[in-house]
Design a protein around this ligand. Sequence first.
Ligand code: AMP
Ligand code: TRP
Length: 346
Amino acid sequence: MSDTAPASNLEKFTPRVFSGIQPSGGLTLGNYLGAMKRFVDMQDAGTHETVYCMVDMHAITVWQDPADLARNTRELCAGFIASGIDPERSILFNQSQVPEHAQLGWIFNCVARMGWMSRMTQWKDRAGKNQQNASLGLFAYPALMAADILVYHATHVPVGEDQKQHLELTRDIAIKFNNDFGVDFFPVTEPVIEGAATRVMSLRDSSKKMSKSDPSDASRINLTDDADAIAKKIRKAKTDPEPLPETLEGLEGRPEARNLINIYAALADQSAEAVLAEYAGAQFGQFKPALADLAVAKLAPISSEMARLMQDQPEIDRLLARGAERAREIATPILKRTNEIVGMIG
Ligand code: AMP
Ligand code: TRP
């Protein structure tokens, strides 16, 4: 991979945000705070065009039941809209409906090196001990992710902390392509990993991130949980017996407390410092009900709106078709030019 940081070439590109979420079922508070809420904030800021994608082709790198995949894709679309993504102001679409992703993905498979891919920690974690039995798609996953981003010449990509290495690989692919072909065609995209909740941790084990794949349902808050379930999970969240400190330094060595403070801060649109200023000296017996009330107030409208939207499947499908059409308006000329640069006759 590149040793020296490249000079940024972003100023020559339209400011454009791209991000994606896999429709592999079940959205958690981690997805909401680490991804969706930030996507909405970037849309509402109005400084960038915003393009958001359900990455079903990434989801099938591991087995997905076909009926579940289709339902989860629609549910994720409903989740995006219920969280505040406006399908008019943002481009919201499903990856497989825009074939340019796969086409550019193939070219990037030929740019990326085996060694780069083998170093991806997510590949190592997900393939586990039995790499020989993992799909080729799981290995190539980060090259497709680079294509998702670069087929829109996206300049900024909001993601959670866990995607940082994939974003670095995206930059390496852009740089190598530009160098190999002697062009300045692909942007060297900036990851946007900021805010209090780029890594929401499990409510049961603060060394693990909150994840839909955790076997314990008590470890996570699902966007579909009702008010009772949310309150119960927060009440039972693992904590320590100390009162809350006055400053961030006081949270050193207290990962459970830190996680709950971060969740509160992100839900309330406050800094962690401001939350501590308000709750310094409070016991968890006092703080947890406040957090539960806040979480219910923010999440309950999202889950009920998701349920409402899911009643009207034709409307979701219509929105997805329209989103794909708009996405292709950007992707088609970029792929065409890429093919020309590579020497492929169009
Ligand atoms: P995934 O569900 O793994 O496809 O993740 C979709 C998006 O949510 C990515 O941007 C992740 O970085 C983000 N994300 C997932 N889990 C968490 C978490 N526990 N904390 C913060 N962000 C997360
Ligand atoms: N790999 C991301 C995840 O697991 C999902 C993803 C696919 C993505 N393509 C992307 C995120 C492009 C940002 C940009 O969370």
